[in-house]
Design a protein around this ligand. Structure first.
Ligand SMILES: *Cc1c(COP(=O)(O)O)cnc(C)c1O
Length: 373
């Protein structure tokens, strides 16, 4: 990979405010009930990279369609990566984001795996700041559930019009933003999981550890199979032995034992290293839990649910934060660790702790927050 820029290079984002932003009343109506990923702010960031020239043309412009040639490489070979993060409005009106260096570094790792150019960490964070500065009216108040935010979606893709198979010599980086409501509109509700054995989302040596669109494309068939069996999500296993738990299509997974162990699959090259996951591992000891990263046979879940040792299961990621998991189903069977009167106490405690840090309601003792505006 030849990127000509030094890692500390800093782009300047040229701002062209659109003359026709959405009227205040219409924006407020969207922020009152934003849903997820349906409405977008007035502006977006774009920057381009060319082999031998590096990054240039960094700007904030009116949100709108990109013009893409039918021969654009990304449409054919899926050389694309993305990130997902949120901007949170604190009580004093200031706007913050959570561990953006971690997202920036993961974006660089994803770029290396997909042979895309690395964007310097400072420029990644600069691009978020540039967009949120201009569209700050789009960052909602936390609201009654205390968890509305502005979802930020940085992405990068092969932008060269060429059907030959090689890393693209031209790349587009962009950031769009979308107001997001409480993930669970009617309160936190456990999801059911389908064990996907016909389909894996990633394999050894593949792109499972990179945040790329292709992983999501390959997870959809398993997801759909799960839906056909009445499940909300699919859990993927390792593709070679189909015995070890990996993760969901877009969330990492934790098992909580009654003895206080908090267990999650260890990074193995095919699992995406979630920032929510690593934050939870860091918070675990504060919450009196014993974190464990290791291989987890899917049979262990079934056995521990049946024996009563398993207290809770939850999935985690930026969008939903922490989602309790209930029933586990597979071809020919199912198990549910929840007894009568079950409460997802640990999952909800972790969820509240993370949200309280993100919204400035709890002290940020680990310096996880960065101010955007
Ligand atoms: C983004 C993602 C996650 C969660 O990562 P966070 O940094 O916690 O949002 C988990 N699994 C996959 C496959 C992902 O793409």
């Amino acid at each position: 990979m030849t990127t000509t820029l030094s890692p500390t290079a800093s782009l300047t984002f040229d701002v062209s405010r659109r003359p026709d932003p959405l009227p205040d009343a219409e924006r407020e109506a969207i922020l009152a009930d934003p849903g997820f990923g349906k409405k977008f702010t007035d502006h977006m960031v774009t920057a381009t990279w060319r082999q031998g020239e590096g990054w240039k043309d960094a700007k904030v412009v009116a949100y709108g369609p990109l013009s893409i040639d039918p021969a654009c490489a990304v449409l054919h070979y899926a050389q694309e990566i993305f990130e997902g993060m949120k901007a949170y409005r604190h009580a004093d009106g200031s706007i913050w984001t959570f561990r953006p260096e971690a997202n920036a570094e993961r974006f660089q790792r994803s770029a290396r795996r997909l042979t895309l150019p690395e964007l310097p960490v400072a420029d990644f964070i600069g691009s978020l700041r540039a967009l949120v500065e201009v569209d700050q009216a789009w960052v909602p108040e936390p609201g009654a559930t205390g968890e509305k935010s502005l979802y930020l979606r940085p992405f990068m893709f092969a932008f060269e019009n060429f059907l030959g198979v090689r890393p693209s010599a031209e790349v587009l980086y962009a950031v769009i933003a979308s107001p997001a409501g409480a993930y669970f509109a009617g309160g936190v509700k456990p999801v059911s999981l389908w064990i996907s054995t016909d389909y894996a989302r990633a394999g050894a040596g593949g792109t499972g550890a990179a945040k790329c669109g292709g992983n999501y494309a390959s997870s959809l068939a398993g997801q759909l199979e799960g839906a056909e069996h009445g499940c909300d999500q699919a859990v993927f296993l390792d593709s070679s032995t189909q015995t070890l738990i990996e993760e969901l299509g877009g969330m990492n997974l934790f098992l909580v034992y009654k003895d206080g162990r908090l267990v999650t699959p260890a990074m193995n090259g095919t699992i995406l290293e979630g920032i929510t996951r690593s934050s939870i591992l860091e918070l675990a000891t504060d919450l009196g839990l014993t974190p464990e990263e290791r291989q987890i046979p899917i049979q262990e879940w079934k056995d521990a649910a049946a024996s009563g040792e398993l207290a809770e299961v939850f999935a985690c990621g930026t969008a939903a934060v922490v989602t309790p998991v209930g029933e586990l189903k597979w071809a020919g069977g199912s198990v549910d660790h929840r007894g009568p009167g079950h409460v997802d106490e640990v999952a909800l405690k972790i969820r509240t702790q993370l949200l309280d840090i993100q919204y400035g309601r709890a002290e940020d003792t680990r310096n996880w927050l960065t101010r955007l505006a």
